[in-house]
Design a protein. Structure first.
Length: 246
């Protein structure tokens, strides 16, 4: 991993010493997801209740810039200038490179239709079957590790050739045996587990962004070295884009 990605994991463990035993597994997650995204794969995320909200939160951190700007690559900027010159400046100034992540909790029409017509406990498994491809990753979130719909999703993910990363409470429950990487939080009470899930997935998102868009040596790195923080800066967005098309 790059130094920036390692730094994010170190910061997490310094702030939350209770997670110190997870260093190797956190690094393994970053490496597994980096391989997936660099190969053009995607991550599917699912969970129930608060974990469903976490799955949406994770999408929000990875499908746009988290703390890095992620400017568009030169080839795409040139294509925008050639294809839609009137709008190119606006697109170039605002669009960011994304990591493809889909939450399986957000398709309400599909979830309710499938639950009504077929089997409610297979709503995530059905989406894994539809979206998932070999080389993709399923991030399965369950504080107990025993949620039936999460277990079904993990089984189908393995059948279609996906890797499974699981975020659970202590021990991982039944999900542990279905996981390529298990991030089991050393806590037993549901809300205590959830309180630690958030900083863990924040650190993973930050580390992935550093690995894929930060500094030199990445196949999808920022052409401006990915080291710019998006906060605390005022800029002329249209002007920035216009300069790139000049």
């Amino acid at each position: 991993m790059k130094d920036g990605a390692k730094r994010e994991i170190n910061t997490l463990l310094e702030r939350y010493p209770v997670l110190s035993g997870m260093r190797a597994r956190l690094s393994e997650c970053v490496e597994l997801l980096t391989v997936c995204f660099r190969a053009g794969g995607k991550m599917l995320v699912c969970g129930n209740g608060g974990s469903a909200a976490d799955s949406l939160h994770i999408v929000g951190e990875l499908m746009k810039g988290f703390v890095l700007d992620r400017p568009l690559p030169e080839k795409l900027r040139d294509a925008l200038c050639a294809s839609c010159p009137d709008e190119a400046a606006y697109y170039i100034a605002n669009l960011q490179r994304a990591l493809p992540v889909i939450s399986l909790t957000s398709e309400i029409s599909l979830i309710t239709a499938y639950s009504n017509d077929k089997a409610a406990d297979l709503v995530f498994a059905q989406q894994v079957l539809g979206y998932g491809r070999a080389g993709d990753v399923l991030l399965a979130i369950s504080t107990s590790g025993n949620s039936a719909n999460i277990l079904h999703a993990a089984r189908i993910a393995r059948v279609v050739g996906m890797d499974v990363i699981s975020m659970t409470g202590r021990g991982g429950g039944m999900l542990a045996k279905l996981s390529d990487v298990l991030l089991d939080i050393p806590a037993d009470v549901t809300h205590h587990v959830q309180e630690l899930h958030l900083p863990v997935y924040h650190a993973l998102c930050l580390a992935l962004e550093q690995e894929l868009f930060g500094g030199q040596g990445s196949s999808v790195e920022s052409e401006e070295n990915g080291s710019n923080h998006s906060g605390g800066r005022i800029r002329d967005k249209a002007g920035a884009g216009r300069e790139r098309c000049a």
